[in-house]
Design a protein around this ligand. Sequence first.
Ligand code: CTP
Length: 416
Amino acid sequence: MLKGKTVVLGVTGSIAAYKIASLASMLKKQGADVEVIMTKNATNFINPITFESLTGNKCLVDTFDRNFQFSVEHVALAKRASVFLIAPASANVIAKVAHGLADDMLTTTFLACQCPKIIAPAMNTRMYTNPILQDNLKICETYGMEVIAPADGYLACGDTGAGKMPEPEELFDYIVKAAAFPKDLAGKKILVTAGATMEAIDPVRYITNHSTGKMGYAVAKAAALRGAEVTLVSAHAEVKPPRFVKLVPVKSAREMFEAVTAAAADQDVIVKAAAVADYRPAEVSDEKVKKKDGDLSIRLERTDDILAWLGVHKRDGQFLCGFSMETQNMLENSRAKLKKKNLDMIVANNLKVEGAGFGTDTNVVTLITGDRETELPKLTKDEVAHRLLDTILEMTGETSPLGMTGKSSPEETGES
Ligand code: CTP
C-alpha cells in the first residue's frame, strides 16, 4: 500500500517512543521508505540503532551531522516526504511546531515539509489537559495538521487519564489515510450498508444469514481512504469497523430502512452491500417461546426492500449500487434486479464459485451496468472495493487520476 512513499517518523522524548519500532516495521512491510528523526531526548528512551536496523536508513538526530548524504539534509528529506508523523509528540515539540520554531533536525525538517502532517501527543494527563497545550494543538489544526487524540488509560508516571499514545496499528491507519491513496473521492458523500440483519423471533432467538460484513466494510474503508465522507450503516458484522467512517449500527431490516432512508437524500453514492432479510416473523413474542410437543411454524412477513425504495427516490446525479448474491443464473437474475430497482450498477457474485461469497477475504464478482458486464478475477475484498469505486468514478465522469488499483485490461476482466 505504501510502495514509493516516504514516511517520516519524528520521535520525541517519551516512554511511548519504543512503540514506534513496531510502527516502523509495519510501514516497511507495506513497502514504504521509512525515515526516522529523533530528538536528542528521544535517544534516552530508544537507541537510534533500533530504527536503523528496522528501516535500513540512517536515523537522523543531529542537524549538523557531517556524514549526511546531502548538505542540507532536512530540506532534501522534506522534499521527498509523503507524510510526516510526530509520535510520540511531547508538549515541548508540539509548542515548537505550533509556533514555527526549528532548532533541531526534527523541527527544521517538519517546518520544511509540505506533505500531510500528523501529530500524536503523548504525555502526562496534567500536561495534556493544560490549556496552553490544548491551544497549541488547536493552532496545529488550523495550519492543517491532523492531531490524533491520545487514548485514556494508565500512564507510565502512574496517573490515569488522557495522554496515552495510540497503539501503532492506529498510527499506521492514519499514515495510510494520509499517503496511500489519491483523494479522488474528496467532497463526495458515500453511504455504505453492510452486515447481516437480525429479525427477532423472541427475546432469545432471531433469523439471520451468513454475511460477515467484510465486503461492505472494505468498500467503506476504501472510500474513506480515498477522501470520501463515509456513513456506514451496519447490521451484525464479524469484523472491526474501519476507522474514519461514521458508523450507524442497526439490527433489523426495519432499523436499516430507517437509517438509510433518513440519510439517503444527502448522499452522492449509495452502495448496498448488506445482506438484508427479505422476511421477518410477523409477530415477535415478548417472552421466550417455550417448546411444546409437535412442530412449530413461524409466520413470516415481507420486509421493506430498501434498495427498491432508494431506486424510486433516487435524486438527479445520485449513484446507486446494489449487490446480488446468487447460486444460479447469476447474470440474468442480477440484470433483472439492476433494472427493477433502478440501479446504476450491481455487483454480482455466485456463492458457489470458489473464493466468492460469505466470510472469505476474497471475492469473484461481475460489475454489471446498463451497458457493460465486467468480470473481475479473484481479488481480495479490498481490491474489489477499489475496482468498484474506480468504476463509479468512471461512470460519473471523474476517472481516478492514477487508475487507482491498476485498471484491468479487457482480457483480464473479461469485459464485454
Ligand atoms: N436489499 C435491500 N432490502 C431488502 C433485501 C435486499 O436493500 N429487503 C438489497 C441488498 O442490500 C442487495 C440487493 O438488495 O444490495 C440484492 O439483494 P438480494 O438478496 O440478492 O436480492 P433480492 O432483491 O432480495 O432478491 P432475491 O432474494 O429474490 O434474490
